[in-house]
Design a binder for this molecule. Structure first.
Ligand SMILES: Nc1nc2c(c(=O)[nH]1)N[C@H]1C(S)=C(S)[C@@H](COP(=O)(O)O)O[C@H]1N2
Ligand SMILES: [Mo]
Length: 305
């Protein structure tokens, strides 16, 4: 099969747009021109759609889908891939409630119809000091939040994972209080970066990665990315997020990636990119500081860890 070269993409055309380019439009325009992309070219395009550092290489599919935290299916990294087949991601409903003009039980498809899915390559950094680079596919969270119309009293959003010990046998253990809950400040949720993720590597989200809908907030530790979301609640008060409830000295609400704030039991200054041998320095806000530091002006990030 002949390999067609992709058209020249001038970086000047891309830079400003890089957070906003729709993958469907962009890749669609290439496909329409009969262009087949090499893996390298696909990586180059994916980089333009979100990753800050051009040296980032995508973490292989096998690792992204085989090395997971999802305690509803066990605490070992290979448990979710081995056991998450019991999760039934369809049909799926998402309850929207609290300080919002459009509270309802929405069919997943109604939520997905509120926005356009885009592919963005994001660094993903676990508090356990491993990291990956992942081509997530998802709808910008702020698009969906805007469509739901938070009231003027809404200051935070709480995201709740499914609770069903039949589908999620790990919930029979008391390792964490169930269901898993995460939260964001409303202005964090309205930032262009967070995605409500529905897929990865151009495919529907595997169960172990949080099918059918999960959060990804690239400047925060991985635990903020709640999986298999069934409820979105708008609140006036800061939500109690699961890891903060379980171990308040170790995990805060903000969880901004911060090499200057150590976890009580280990340093957060360096990380191992999965597949690499040498650790690399961890970047403030996971490398997204230019885009997000403004959200935290005047806050003590050591106290608000
Ligand atoms: N419901 C739920 N969501 C969760 C978790 C979990 O145990 N349960 N683990 C979190 C943690 S600690 C990380 S690092 C990421 C891992 O996401 P990934 O498997 O897609 O890499 O999911 C987060 N979301
Ligand atoms: Mo994590």
């Amino acid at each position: 099969m002949p390999i067609h070269r992709s058209p020249d993409i001038r970086s000047a055309d891309i830079t400003d747009e890089r957070l906003y380019v729709s993958r469907r439009e962009f890749l669609g325009s290439l496909a329409g021109a009969g262009v087949l992309l090499s893996a390298g070219e696909r990586r180059a395009i994916a980089r333009m759609l979100g990753t800050a550092d051009p040296a980032d290489k995508l973490t292989p599919w096998e690792v992204v889908t085989g090395y997971n935290n999802f305690y509803e299916f066990g605490t070992a990294k290979d448990d979710p891939a081995a056991y998450a087949a019991t999760l039934r991601p369809r049909p799926w409903k998402v309850r929207v409630e609290g300080e919002v003009a459009r509270p309802a039980d929405y069919d997943l498809d109604a939520i997905l119809a509120m926005g356009t899915a885009e592919e963005r390559v994001y660094r993903h950094r676990c508090v356990e000091a491993w990291s990956m680079v992942v081509p997530w596919l998802g709808i910008p969270l702020r698009t969906i939040v805007s469509r739901l119309e938070p009231t003027s009293r809404a200051k935070y959003i709480e995201f709740t994972t499914l609770r069903d010990p039949v589908q999620m046998p790990g919930q029979k253990s008391g390792i964490l209080p169930w269901p898993y809950v995460e939260g964001l400040r409303l202005d964090e949720a309205m930032h262009p970066l967070p995605l409500l993720v529905t897929g990865v590597y151009g495919k529907p989200l595997p169960n172990q990665n949080g099918a059918p809908l999960r959060l990804v907030v690239p400047w925060k530790y991985g635990f903020k990315g709640g999986k298999s979301i069934v409820k979105i609640r708008f609140t006036t008060r800061q939500p109690a997020n699961t890891w903060n409830v379980a171990a308040p000295d170790e995990y805060g609400f903000y969880a901004n990636v911060n090499p200057a704030v150590d976890h009580p039991r280990w340093s957060q200054a360096r990380e191992r990119r999965l597949g690499e041998f040498y650790k690399r320095p961890t970047l403030p806000f996971n490398g997204y500081g230019e885009q997000v530091a403004g959200l935290y002006v005047g806050m003590d990030l050591k106290a608000n860890f």
